[in-house]
Design a protein around this ligand. Structure first.
Ligand code: F6R
Ligand code: MG
Ligand code: MG
Length: 364
């Protein structure tokens, strides 16, 4: 039997700015989905990371199922109504269309889906990030799947050492999906050449070369490419299958020790270190720092276990302190140089107006 895992997330309103959705909002999303349990869906899990609500569905209808996407859309509409009722900030923010039209992709919410043949034991991790964009997963995926400094299985396991296929999307190309498939280990440097540009090239999937099985599905939505204006950062979600023929859970988590600098943070316009945070975390300093949380599961016959919080361990407290220091250090230089994103990535139109106004004041 095949199982489909679909994670669909949106920011439809939060308390005190872009901090965290209310409990009532999250409950209203759950209530909407609960009605389809045992019918359209086999199981589900709803969580929040910063101001985003992510819905993980398990079902049997394959990727891009219209009814499933409609259920997610309706649930976010329910959440939006609750957000309006409570006067939450940014109610319905990520729902960019007035009505559902077949698939939530392109309508605002972020989506990652994969259809799998369940293994006897099927461990996987749901990553949800806030105040950043899909390129934030590029480096951890590269290191977790292609670098033996993090993935010792590349040295120790005959199946893992056969390498992986990376599917990489050019997210600037909005007319159609422009993708490239590259293989490790022989094309690792080509992969690095693309993935260094987090704002343009984004990993959308990874496959095992030993078995052909899909290991990763990641969201690739760039809201400003859809809306053509600032509508918030893209706060990506990702599913990663672990163990056996895939890297171990700990190998996948290992690169998050770096707290690498990503795009996002305040007004989606700055550079900040990605902090591995506990499930349900809020947002704080300078609308950040960018956070990622990791909920680990096993799934069996479509039924999910309870989540285990992969970053809730004393080790990660030490990392969080380091990441806080990195956040503080880059914030010390305010708007200068790499602390603020390149002009083309700035999420606010105001600076464009300023530049236009100043243009006429230049002497030649
Ligand atoms: C939202 C975000 C925040 C906002 C900032 C200003 O995803 O990243 O940093 O950009 O709080 O919010 P507005 O423009 O809604 O007042
Ligand atoms: Mg937001
Ligand atoms: Mg968000």
């Amino acid at each position: 039997m095949k199982t489909t895992l679909s994670v669909i997330k949106a920011d439809v309103g939060s308390i005190a700015g872009h901090i965290k959705p209310s409990e009532a909002l999250v409950e209203s999303v759950k209530d909407c989905i609960e009605r389809e349990l045992g019918k359209l869906i086999t199981d589900y899990y709803v969580s929040s990371t910063g101001d985003d609500v992510a819905i993980l569905f398990s079902h049997t209808h394959g990727e891009g199922c219209e009814e499933l996407h409609k259920l997610a859309w309706d649930a976010f509409i329910c959440g939006t109504e609750k957000a309006k009722e409570q006067g939450l900030y940014g109610a319905g923010q990520d729902l960019l269309a007035d009505a559902f039209s077949g698939n939530v992709k392109g309508l605002g919410p972020a989506v990652a889906e994969m259809e799998i043949e369940e293994r006897k034991a099927e461990p996987f991790v749901l990553f949800t990030a806030d105040k950043t964009d899909p390129g934030a997963y590029n480096l951890p995926l590269y290191l977790g799947f292609a670098d033996p400094m993090h993935c010792s299985g590349l040295v120790l396991s005959p199946k893992i050492s056969q390498g992986f296929k990376f599917v990489i999307l050019d997210v600037e190309h909005t007319e159609a999906d422009r993708i490239i498939e590259l293989h490790t280990p022989e094309e690792a440097y080509d992969i690095a050449a693309l993935l260094r540009d987090n704002e343009r090239f984004v990993v959308s999937a990874v496959y095992s070369r030993a078995t052909g099985q899909q290991a990763v599905a990641a969201s690739t939505t760039r809201l400003h490419n859809i809306a053509g204006a600032y509508v918030g950062k893209d706060d990506p979600v990702m599913l990663v299958r672990c163990q056996g023929d895939f890297p171990a859970t700990g190998e996948i988590l290992s690169p998050y020790s770096i707290g690498h600098y990503v795009a996002g943070f305040m007004r989606g316009s700055h550079t900040g270190p990605l902090m591995p945070a506990k499930l349900g975390c809020t947002i704080s300093f300078f609308d950040g720092p960018p956070v990622v949380s990791a909920a680990g599961f096993c799934i069996h016959n479509g039924k999910l276990t309870e989540p285990v919080d992969c970053f809730d361990h004393p080790y990660w407290d030490h990392i969080r302190e380091k990441v806080s220091r990195k956040a503080f250090e880059i914030r010390e230089q305010g708007f200068s140089g790499p602390a603020m994103l390149h002009y083309s990535e700035l999420e606010y139109g105001g600076i464009v107006e300023t530049m236009k106004r100043l243009e006429s004041k230049f002497s030649c």
